[in-house]
Design a protein around this ligand. Structure first.
Ligand SMILES: [Mg+2]
Length: 142
């Protein structure tokens, strides 16, 4: 039987094994300016790594399915599939990806709808710093 000591040791070793621990992030936004802005901000933030960028909802969904990122940052207003539809489909596939809605719309109703549909967090685009701090926080808790 595994002793508590072994369990702790294996947990420590596991953590050491992934020494370059980074939070793998996919972003989705139809605005090239926002994508670039996010890309730059993520690359400047310790512990965060951008692994994919989508410019519409269909691309976002396939990137999330293909890359299984730790976090998906989704715009809501996007062509082909909006962020809410992408959110629903990701959750339908039972993915463990943390979903952060990152939108220009600030309505409480929209926020509550997203959270009810399985989004983990909701940030307004003017709150990029708070959003990235949340990502770093997720890394510390992982
Ligand atoms: Mg948009």
């Amino acid at each position: 039987m595994e002793s508590p000591f072994c369990r702790i040791l294996s947990r420590v070793l596991k953590r050491c094994g992934s020494a370059a621990q980074e939070l793998r992030i996919v972003i989705a936004d139809d605005s090239g300016i926002i994508r670039e802005h996010l890309q730059r901000a993520i690359s400047r933030t310790k512990g965060l790594k951008l692994v994919g960028a989508a410019e519409n909802g269909v691309e976002a969904l396939s990137l999330v399915q293909e890359l299984n990122p730790d976090v998906a940052i989704l715009d809501i207003s996007m062509p082909h599939k909006n962020g809410l539809e992408v959110l629903k489909e990701i959750r339908r596939n039972d993915s463990s990806t943390v979903i952060i809605m990152f939108t220009g719309e600030t309505s409480e109703l929209l926020k509550n709808t997203c959270l009810e549909q399985g989004a983990n967090h909701f940030f307004c685009k003017s709150d990029i710093t708070a959003m990235l701090e949340k990502c770093q926080d997720l890394l510390l808790r992982s």
